[in-house]
Design a protein around this ligand. Sequence first.
Ligand SMILES: CC(C)(COP(=O)(O)OP(=O)(O)OC[C@H]1O[C@@H](n2cnc3c(N)ncnc32)[C@H](O)[C@@H]1OP(=O)(O)O)[C@@H](O)C(=O)NCCC(=O)NCCS
Length: 144
Amino acid sequence: MQVRPPQTDAEFARYYDLRYRVLRAPWGGEPGSERDEQEDAADHALLVDDAGNPLAVGRLHLNAPEEAQVRYVAVAEEARGRGYGRQIMAYLEAVARGRGAAAIVLNAREGVVRFYEKLGYQVAGPGPTLFGTVKHSRMHKPLK
Ligand SMILES: CC(C)(COP(=O)(O)OP(=O)(O)OC[C@H]1O[C@@H](n2cnc3c(N)ncnc32)[C@H](O)[C@@H]1OP(=O)(O)O)[C@@H](O)C(=O)NCCC(=O)NCCS
C-alpha cells in the first residue's frame, strides 16, 4: 500500500473523517474543527486499504520557505502498530524536501512524543494545549 494524496471529493471526505474520528471526536470537538485555514495550500497524505477505507492520514504545510509543519497525523485505531504512521511521515518528509524546506516542526501529544523521537524528531519546548487538557510538545527535525 502506498501513501498518496486524496484524489476525489469523496476521498477527501473520508480523509477528513478519519482526522475527525481520531483527533477531535474523542474530546468532543465540533465537526469542522479537524480542518484549518491551510488546507487548500497544504500537501495531504492518505493511505487506504484494498476497499478504499482510510487507514492513515497526515498533512504538511509551509510556515516559511525553509520551515514545514506536519499536522493531523492519525492512524485508524484498528490499524496501529503496522508501520502506517511511519509511512505517512516518510512521505511528508519527502514532500517537504521537494518543497525546499530545511526542517520540519510539529506539535506532538503527550504519549506520542516517543513515536516522533523514533523518526528523528527532538523536543524543542512546550507546545499548545488542546481542549484544555491535551498537552503537546513542540518537536523539530532538520532535513539537511
Ligand atoms: C501515533 C500514531 C500516529 C502512530 O502510528 P502507528 O502506525 O501506530 O505507528 P507505527 O506502527 O508506524 O510505529 C513506528 C514506531 O513508533 C512506535 N510507536 C508508535 N506509537 C507509539 C507511541 N504512542 N509511543 C511510543 N512508540 C510508539 C512503534 O512501536 C514503532 O517502533 P519500532 O519502529 O521500533 O517498531 C498512531 O498511534 C495514532 O494515530 N495515534 C492517535 C492520534 C495521534 O495521537 N496522532 C498524533 C497527533 S500529535
